[in-house]
Design a protein around this ligand. Structure first.
Ligand SMILES: Nc1ncnc2c1ncn2[C@@H]1O[C@H](COP(=O)(O)OP(=O)(O)OP(=O)(O)O)[C@@H](O)[C@H]1O
Ligand SMILES: [Mg+2]
Length: 311
């Protein structure tokens, strides 16, 4: 294989004043003008331990799923973990364009679709990216074939592949963290991703909230918990492109009632977040000083702490 040099993802040195305060309950009495974004870590929240499989899920388009998957991956890789990101979205393949897979010369190019059709193993569909510690399972538009051809065992295919790989590696996944970037739909691939995950992370864009959509996501998660994956839990809700407003605060309060065991984490709005994919770099590398880089760094440390990474 031709090895490209991989860029190390940096640690961040944001000043303490720039970091979000961590609280265990919202202060409902502060008028919103005086309210600062805070990370809510409720008493019922449990931190994750490696190895862990996360699915970043919300069927609403543009909620911040891909951004969250890339930035959390970058944060954990910067803390020294081995991270794999799986692109489970056939519609835009945004993740596979952002984190370009480094295909070896001369061998067939696999993807998540190949795995569903038993054409390769999970390891064979995993490629290095240009960033140290981050590997990717790419997807393209042909992943949609899974939705209409419905290969046998599709719901369980990803869970089985992850389990098989861990078994072959001596009982533990070769990756500390697997992050599955979900599609904006609740189709078969999303159900397979939810079935494979230990934990769901739900990004919600403050300006794009859709109550009906939230209710149907809730129902899908419940149904997966009942039928295919009883261990699934919602670990965190990320309020993406967060801006101070009375509405943002109401939304935060609603989300913390809907998901009482989840950490609720604002990720501040920044134009840098929209620019980074065009530069084909995580925000953490493209604009380490930008608020979302720091907010995702804190989010990662809250969700799955690593030695040396302060929450
Ligand atoms: N913190 C932020 N500040 C500003 N813009 C943001 C932020 N987070 C995400 N965005 C922008 O919002 C848009 C949607 O984000 P993203 O692609 O991550 O969402 P998605 O849920 O993966 O979308 P899709 O459902 O289409 O897959 C992108 O243009 C992204 O750059
Ligand atoms: Mg996306």
């Amino acid at each position: 294989m031709t090895e490209s040099p991989r860029t190390a993802l940096p640690s961040l040195n944001s000043p303490p004043g720039d970091r979000l305060e961590i609280v265990s309950a919202w202060d409902a009495d502060t008028p919103y003008q005086a309210w600062r974004p805070q990370i809510l870590v409720p008493p019922a929240f449990r931190q994750a331990e490696a190895p862990r499989v996360f699915v970043v899920v919300n069927q609403k388009g543009g909620a911040g799923k891909t951004t969250s998957a890339v930035e959390l991956a970058a944060a954990w890789a910067a803390a020294g973990l081995r991270v794999r990101v799986i692109d489970a979205d056939h519609q835009e393949a945004a993740l596979s364009v952002w984190l370009l897979p480094q295909y070896p010369d001369g061998s067939p190019r696999h993807s998540l679709r190949s795995l569903f059709f038993d054409e390769c193993s999970l390891a064979e569909a995993t490629y290095p990216t240009l960033f140290a510690g981050v590997d990717v399972v790419p997807s393209g538009v042909d992943l949609s074939r899974v939705e209409y051809e419905r290969p046998i065992g599709a719901e369980q295919a990803l869970a089985a592949a992850i389990a098989q790989e861990a078994k072959e590696a001596g009982g533990r996944s070769p990756y500390d963290v697997t992050l599955i970037d979900g599609a904006p739909s609740l189709g078969l691939v999303t159900v397979a991703a939810l079935t494979a995950a230990d934990e769901a992370l739900v990004p919600i864009k403050v300006g794009g909230l859709d109550m009906k959509g939230m209710a149907s996501l809730h129902r899908t998660i419940r149904s997966v918990q009942k039928k295919t994956n009883p261990k699934l839990r919602v670990g965190a809700v990320l309020l993406t492109a967060w801006d101070k407003s009375g509405f943002a605060r109401q939304l935060a309060a609603k989300v913390s009632t809907d998901y009482p065991e989840a950490a609720v984490i604002p990720v501040r709005r920044s134009i840098r977040a929209a620019e980074a994919p065009l530069a084909e770099q995580p925000i953490r590398l493209y604009a380490p000083e930008a608020a979302p880089a720091g907010d995702y760094d804190q989010a990662a440390a809250v969700i799955l702490p690593t030695t040396g990474a302060a929450a």
